[in-house]
Structure formats: structure tokens, C-alpha cells
Design a protein around this ligand. Structure first.
Ligand code: COA
Length: 167
């Protein structure tokens, strides 16, 4: 949770205004993606809900350079590093909608790679399997990277193809 640093405390909560939230959790190897080559037993982390209050969109924090989204994701990655004991940084996964032009560059800057649309098999009747995709892009940040290291966006600056349609 990111609170405004310099604003006065709100009367009804006694807290400074909320800038945004970012949730984290643990992830198993099988919840990550086979294509990225992690071991069956490897444990990692996931980023869940991420969002800023509407008044903090297109906003820069009081240091004059940091966007709220960057502070939230860098903070979440730093927390994940601490939750894993402060040793080697684990892999981190998250999902984004292909048309979310705000979060794609944000995760790209934080060294998440776009692995495309994962598909899963579901049994929809006795012996009848259906292969389906959630329609969200699976993003994967390899283990061992610094939680605070940013890079210039790459894949997110190119057009994202829509998910493959199945008959
Ligand atoms: C995604 C988010 C956290 C990024 O925060 P940020 O890094 O501080 O950046 P901003 O909010 O200033 O947005 C950056 C750009 O993305 C655009 N953008 C933000 N959310 C967008 C969305 N959902 N769809 C399309 N564009 C979006 C903004 O208009 C802005 O455009 P610009 O580069 O032309 O100025 C924030 O925009 C947000 O909370 N968005 C709504 C919730 C959301 O989409 N969460 C992510 C789910 S995976």
C-alpha cells in the first residue's frame, strides 16, 4: 500500500491519502510457465492486484521523477525479496490484459518478459477436454534479478497480437 508522503492526514481515517495498492503472494512452479524452463520444485512469487487512485494517474511522486506505478511494483518486488529471506530473488509471475497499455510498460520496465497467452486443458464433460486461454498475457520475471533494477521498455512498445481463437 502506498500512501501520500507530504499531504496532511485525512480527518476520517487519520491516515495520509492512498496513492495505490499492489498485492503479492507465493507461486508454485506449475503456476509459472513450462516454456520459461523453471524446475518443478522451484518456488516463486506472484503479483496480484495493482492499481492507483484515479487522481494519481499520469502523476509523479514528490521526488519529482517516480511514477506511482513504479513505486508500487518496486516496493512489491522488494517485499518479495524480504519474504524469501533476503537471499536470491525468486521468479515472479503476473497476468495482464493485452489492451492494458498502462501496466504492460510498467512490468516491462521491471524486467518482466511476455510469455504470451498460456492455455490450459479443462474437462467440460465425461472425457471431453477443452483447451482454453484466459485471454490474459502471462508475464514472467526470471529469478536472480535485482528488485530495484529498471530497464527501458522493449516488448511492451510493440503491438500485442490478440489471443488465438479456437473453433
Ligand atoms: C497500471 C497503473 C498502476 C500504472 O501506473 P503508473 O505507472 O503510475 O502510470 P500511469 O497511471 O500514469 O499510466 C501510464 C500510461 O498508461 C495509461 N494507462 C493506465 N492504465 C491504463 C489502462 N488500464 N489501459 C490503457 N492505458 C492505461 C495512462 O493513460 C498513461 O498513458 P500515457 O503514457 O499516454 O500518459 C495505473 O495506470 C492504474 O492503476 N491503472 C488502472 C488499473 C490497472 O490497469 N491495473 C493493472 C492491472 S494488471
Amino acid at each position: 500500500m502506498l500512501l501520500e508522503k507530504d499531504a496532511p492526514r485525512l480527518e476520517h481515517t487519520g491516515e495520509r491519502p492512498l496513492v495505490g495498492v499492489c498485492t503479492t503472494g507465493s507461486a508454485m512452479a506449475e503456476q509459472a510457465y513450462r516454456t520459461v524452463g523453471i524446475k518443478e520444485v522451484e518456488r516463486g512469487a506472484a503479483i496480484g492486484v495493482l492499481g492507483t487512485d484515479l487522481v494519481y494517474r499520469k502523476h509523479v511522486l514528490s521526488d519529482g521523477k517516480t511514477r506511482p506505478g513504479v513505486a508500487l511494483v518496486t516496493g512489491a518486488l522488494t517485499l518479495i525479496e524480504q519474504m524469501f529471506g533476503g537471499g536470491a530473488m525468486p521468479f515472479v509471475r503476473t497476468n495482464v490484459r493485452p489492451n492494458n497499455e498502462g501496466s504492460k510498460p510498467l512490468f516491462d520496465e521491471h524486467q518482466f518478459e511476455n510469455t504470451g497467452y498460456p492455455e490450459s486443458k479443462m474437462e467440460i464433460g465425461p472425457g471431453v477436454m477443452k483447451v482454453a486461454s484466459s485471454g490474459q498475457l502471462a508475464l514472467f520475471r526470471p529469478a536472480g534479478l535485482s528488485p530495484t533494477q529498471l530497464r527501458a521498455p522493449g516488448w511492451s512498445t510493440r503491438a500485442t497480437p490478440p489471443p488465438r481463437r479456437r473453433p
